[in-house]
Design a protein around this ligand. Structure first.
Ligand code: 5BU
Length: 281
């Protein structure tokens, strides 16, 4: 699959054209906060998870969770996350990687122990089991009695950052082929780079990239990193950083540094020719 360099349109422009309300909101938040940064808040207690959301909330566009690692998940976790998302104006992305038969994922997503549909604006899923999973979740979020209609979206897990990942080749290509069939629920991909040619309106897929770190290449457990600059240059729209920020000595200062790196790379990618500085000015 050829590598595209990603959209050269600004988040502002994309927020005007995109057909999905969650994508429009995402772009608006990015533009307003001048941030394409996502914190991957891999905390195992609600208190630390919420403290991270409050502390880093001002600098991020999206807060990414792994809610199944939170040992004391409860109503308070849900209420806290929703309050902080409102306070700091960020979206919530649950990195749940749903992968099962349609009938099961519907129950895992809407209701269940983790109540994903209630608080996660965005959830990702794998099409390892075929197209049925997307069809099933699309049915759930477009059903007449779904309470958050138009407020929920999915990302297809098209690639993984781990060494030896099997999410490559025909698997990744099938994600790209499938995505346009579900404009009411699928807004993009989790991948290390843009997978589709830039498009406006229908076909504008948002790219989220994990495995971002400015000071390490990996973690000894198979994780492989690239920098925010490299991801954005390869067409990513939102860079997801975990330990690079929350395990640093000063997470706020580090988040600010990552935000600048991601934003500057985005500005360089989207700068129109006639806006480029010339030698006379
Ligand atoms: P890190 O601390 O920045 O390495 O954390 C990366 C996060 O992104 C962590 O929550 C992973 O589960 C998640 N992740 C990933 O690292 N690679 C992938 O391909 C996908 C998710 Br999908």
């Amino acid at each position: 699959m050829s590598v595209s360099q990603g959209s050269r349109e600004s988040y502002q422009e994309r927020s005007l054209h995109h057909a999905h309300p969650v994508a429009r909101r995402l772009f608006q938040v990015a533009e307003l906060k001048k941030s394409n940064l996502v914190i991957s808040a891999d905390f195992t207690e609600s208190k630390s998870l919420l403290a991270c959301a409050d502390e880093l909330g001002p600098y991020i566009a999206v807060f990414k969770t792994h809610i199944d690692i939170v040992s004391d998940f409860s109503d308070e976790t849900v209420i806290g996350l929703k309050q902080l998302a409102k306070k700091h104006n960020f979206l919530i992305f649950e990195d749940r990687k749903l992968v099962d038969i349609g009938n099961t994922v519907q129950k895992q997503y809407h209701g269940g122990a983790l109540r994903l549909s209630e608080w996660a604006d965005i959830v990702n899923l794998s099409i390892l089991g075929g197209d049925g999973i997307v069809e099933a979740l699309n049915q759930t979020v477009t059903a007449a009695d779904f309470p958050y209609k138009g407020e929920r979206a999915f990302l297809l897990l098209a690639e993984m950052t781990t060494k030896g990942s099997r999410a490559v080749g025909p698997y990744t290509e099938q994600c790209v082929e499938l995505a346009p069939a579900y404009p009411k629920s699928v807004i993009g991909f989790v991948s290390t780079r843009a997978l589709t040619a830039p498009a406006t309106g229908a076909g504008d897929f948002v790219v989220f990239s994990t495995g971002i770190n400015m000071s390490a290449q990996g973690d000894g457990l198979g994780q492989q990193y690239q920098t925010p600059q490299s991801a954005i240059e390869r067409g990513s729209d939102f860079v997801i950083v975990g330990r690079g920020i929350y395990a640093s000595a000063d997470p706020v200062a580090t988040a600010i540094a990552y935000r600048s790196a991601g934003w500057d790379a985005y500005m360089r990618r989207t700068m129109k020719k006639d806006e480029a500085p010339t030698s006379d000015n």
